[in-house]
Design a protein around this ligand. Structure first.
Ligand SMILES: Nc1ncnc2c1ncn2[C@@H]1O[C@H](COP(=O)(O)OP(=O)(O)OP(=O)(O)O)[C@@H](O)[C@H]1O
Ligand SMILES: [Mg+2]
Length: 588
C-alpha cells in the first residue's frame, strides 16, 4: 500500500483529482462563480446597513431608507438563491466525480489477475470502492469549494472593514491570531480523534460482518458470550473515540464565541468612544456593519477546522484509491488468435508453476487430451488438480512449459476467445444473489429461458428446478444459500452446458451428496461431457471408471496414467486409492 500522504496538502494528488472534474468544466466554473458571488453578496448587507443608519435614518431620508431596505432585501434574496445553487452544484460535482472514479476503479479491478485478489483483503477493496469514494466526493461537496467560498467571504469582509474604518479594523484583526491559534490546536486534536473514530468504525464493520457471515460457527461452538463481550469492548472504544471529538467541539466553540464577542465589544466600545469624543461623528452605522462583518469573519474560522479535516480525509482516500488505479496487475492479453470454434485438443508439456515466487506447485506436468476425450484427474488433496484448471484458463501465468489448444499456445489466443471455448464447473460453486435462470445464463440475452429448460431436460435436472418454489425464477439469495451444495453443483452444470463449450472442465465437489443427487450429478456429467473434450477432477468412482484416461497426481506431478483397468492391473498408486475408496463405498 502506498504511503498515506503525510503532508498537510498534496498538490500533485489534488491536481490529479481536479483532472476528474474536466468533463464537468461548466459546473466547476459555475460553482467557483457562485462562491465569488456569495462573498460579494455577503458583504453587501453590512454595507447597506451602514448606509441605512448613517445616510437614511440619521438624515431622516424616508425615500432613501425605503430604497436601501429594498436593496438589502434584494441582496439577501440573491444570496439565498446563490447559496442554494452553490450547495446543489458543489454536491452534484462531487457525486459526478465519485461516479466516474468508482466505475473506473471497478473496471480496473475487473481486469486484475487472480494473483492480485489472492493477496488482497476483500474488505479493504470494498472500502475503497464505497466508503473511500464518499470521502473523495466530500472534498468537492464539503471541503474545497466551501473553504474557498469562506476565504473569499473573509477577505471581502476584511476589505470592507478596512474601507469603512481602518482603526476599528485593526482592533478586530488583532484578535485574529488568538482564534487562528485556537483553530489550529483544535484541528490537530480533531484530526487525531477522527482517525481513531474511523479506525473504530472499521473495526466495528469488519467485526459485525465476519460474525454475521460465520454465525453458524459462533452458535455451533457456543461462542455467543465471548463474541458479545468482544463486541462490547469495541463499542466502548468507539464511544470513547466519538466522545473525544464531542469534547473538543464543546471546548472550542465557546472559545470561538467568546473571541468574537470580545471583538464586537471592543468595536462598540472603541467606536462609541470615537463618536463621543467627536473624533468622528459617523460611527454608528459602521458599528452596526461591523457586528455583521465580525460574524462573517469569525464564523468560517470556527468551521474551517472541520472543513480541513474533510479535505484531508478526502485526500487520504483519494491517495488509496489512486494507488489501486495505478496498480498494474492485468493479465497480458497480447494474443491475436480468435477462433469461432476449436476442436478441443489439449496438450500440457512440461508445465511448471507456483502461486508464490519460490514455491513451485506443479513440477513439470505433461499430458494430452484428444478432441472429444474424457480425462479424469485424481490424487490427494493439495496435489495440484485445481491448479491445472486455473492454468488452462490463464487465471495465472505459468513459469515455464507450454499449454496448447488445437496445437496453438494458449497465450497466443485472445483471452476472451480462449475462455469462450472453455466452460468450468468449479469445486466451490459460486451463485449470484439472483434467479436460477439468470445464474445459468449469466444474463446472456442470447440464451432464452426455453433454451435453458431444454438444456435442463437434456441433462435431467429440469424436474429438480421445476420443483423449487418459483422454478427457474427462484431467487437463490447470496452465494446461493437457499440451495444445498449438490443442488448448487447441478446449477453450475447447467450453466456450463448452455454455453456449449468445446472444452469442459469439471472440478467435482469433494463433499458427499445424497444418493439421489449423486445419480443426478452422474447422469448430468455423462450428458454434458458427450462430444467434447472434458477434464474431470474426479472423486466419484463412476466418473473415473468411464474416463478415456486417468491421470494420477501426487505432489505436483503426474505419477501414473492410463485407463481404469490398466491402472488397477498396475497395482500402484491408483490401485491403492481405488481400494481405499471402494472399501468406503462398501461400508457406506
Ligand atoms: N491461490 C493460491 N495461492 C497460493 N497457493 C495456492 C493457491 N491455490 C492453491 N495453492 C496451493 O497449491 C497447491 C495445490 O492446490 P490445488 O488447489 O491445485 O490442490 P487440489 O489438488 O485441487 O486439492 P483438492 O483435492 O483439495 O481440491 C496446494 O499446496 C495449495 O496450498
Ligand atoms: Mg481442488
Amino acid at each position: 500500500m502506498s504511503k498515506e500522504s503525510g503532508k498537510a496538502f498534496d498538490t500533485g494528488l489534488f491536481k490529479r483529482l481536479l483532472a476528474h472534474t474536466k468533463p464537468y468544466k461548466v459546473t466547476f466554473y459555475s460553482v467557483a462563480l457562485f462562491a465569488i458571488l456569495l462573498s460579494a453578496f455577503a458583504v453587501l448587507s453590512p454595507y447597506f446597513l451602514q448606509q441605512i443608519v448613517d445616510e437614511a435614518i440619521k438624515k431622516s431620508d424616508a425615500e432613501k431608507l425605503l430604497f436601501l431596505v429594498l436593496a438589502m432585501l434584494g441582496v439577501l434574496l440573491a444570496q439565498v438563491i446563490c447559496q442554494l445553487l452553490f450547495n446543489y452544484y458543489a454536491n452534484w460535482l462531487g457525486e459526478s466525480v465519485i461516479k466516474d472514479v468508482r466505475i473506473k476503479l471497478f473496471e480496473h479491478m475487473l481486469d486484475f489477475r487472480m494473483k492480485y485478489f489472492d493477496n488482497s483483503s476483500l474488505g479493504v477493496l470494498v472500502t475503497r470502492a464505497v466508503a473511500d469514494m464518499q470521502r473523495i466526493g466530500e472534498i468537492f461537496s464539503q471541503g474545497f469549494f466551501v473553504i474557498v467560498a469562506d476565504l473569499l467571504k473573509m477577505i471581502a469582509a476584511a476589505a470592507l472593514m478596512l474601507y469603512m474604518n481602518w482603526k476599528l479594523a485593526l482592533i478586530v484583526f488583532a484578535l485574529l491570531p488568538v482564534i487562528l491559534y485556537a483553530t489550529r490546536l483544535f484541528q490537530q486534536a480533531m484530526k487525531v480523534a477522527f482517525i481513531e473514530v474511523r479506525a473504530q468504525v472499521s473495526n466495528l464493520n469488519s467485526f459485525v460482518q465476519e460474525r454475521l457471515t460465520g454465525m453458524k460457527i459462533v452458535q455451533l461452538f457456543t461462542r455467543e458470550k465471548i463474541e458479545s463481550d468482544k463486541f462490547r469492548e469495541i463499542n466502548e472504544k468507539h464511544k470513547k473515540a466519538w466522545l473525544k471529538t464531542v469534547w473538543y467541539n464543546s471546548i472550542f466553540f465557546p472559545i470561538a464565541e467568546i473571541v468574537s464577542s470580545v471583538a464586537i465589544g471592543l468595536v462598540v466600545w472603541y467606536g462609541g468612544l470615537q463618536n463621543v469624543t467627536n473624533i468622528s461623528d459617523n460611527v454608528a452605522g459602521t458599528i452596526f456593519a461591523y457586528i455583521l462583518c465580525i460574524e462573517i469573519l469569525f464564523r468560517p474560522l470556527r468551521q474551517i477546522a472541520d472543513k480541513f479535516n474533510t479535505l484531508q480525509m478526502g485526500m487520504v482516500a483519494a491517495n488509496r484509491v489512486f494507488s489501486i488505479l495505478d496498480t498494474e496487475s492485468n493479465i497480458d492479453d497480447l494474443g491475436t488468435v480468435e477462433k469461432t470454434s476449436v476442436n478441443g485438443d489439449i496438450k500440457f508439456s512440461d508445465v511448471r508453476f507456483g502461486y508464490l515466487k519460490d514455491e513451485e506447485v506443479l513440477h513439470g506436468v505433461s499430458f494430452d487430451a484428444k478432441a472429444g476425450e474424457t480425462i479424469a484427474i485424481v490424487g490427494a488433496t493439495g496435489a495440484g488438480k485445481s491448479t491445472i484448471i486455473n492454468l488452462l484458463n490463464r487465471f495465472y501465468e505459468i513459469n515455464s512449459g507450454h499449454i496448447l489448444i488445437d496445437g496453438i499456445d494458449s497465450k497466443d489466443y485472445k483471452l476472451a476467445s480462449l475462455r469462450s471455448h472453455i466452460a468450468v464447473v468449479l469445486q466451490d460453486v459460486f451463485l449470484f444473489a439472483d434467479t436460477i435462470a439468470n445464474n445459468i445464463s449469466l444474463k446472456d440475452e442470447s440464451i432464452s429461458i426455453e433454451a435453458i429448460e431444454q438444456a435442463a431436460k437434456q441433462i435431467g435436472v429440469h424436474e429438480f428446478i421445476a420443483s423449487l418454489p418459483e422454478g427457474y425464477q427462484y431467487n437463490v439469495k447470496e452465494r446461493g444459500s437457499m440451495l444445498s451444495s449438490g443442488q448448487r453443483q447441478l446449477i453450475a452444470f447447467l450453466r456450463a452446458y448452455v454455453s456449449n463449450p468445446s472444452i469442459l472442465i469439471l472440478d467435482e465437489a469433494t463433499s458427499s451428496v445424497d444418493t439421489y443427487s449423486e445419480r443426478l450429478i452422474q447422469r448430468a456429467t455423462e450428458k454434458i461431457t458427450e462430444g467434447r473434450t472434458s477434464i474431470i477432477i474426479a472423486h466419484r468412482l463412476a466418473t473415473i471408471k468411464k474416463a478415456d484416461k486417468i491421470l494420477v497426481m501426487d505432489a505436483g506431478k503426474i505419477v501414473e496414467s492410463g485407463t481404469h483397468y490398466e491402472l488397477l492391473k498396475k497395482g500402484g498408486y491408483y490401485n491403492n486409492l481405488y481400494e481405499a475408496q471402494f472399501m468406503e463405498e462398501e461400508v457406506a
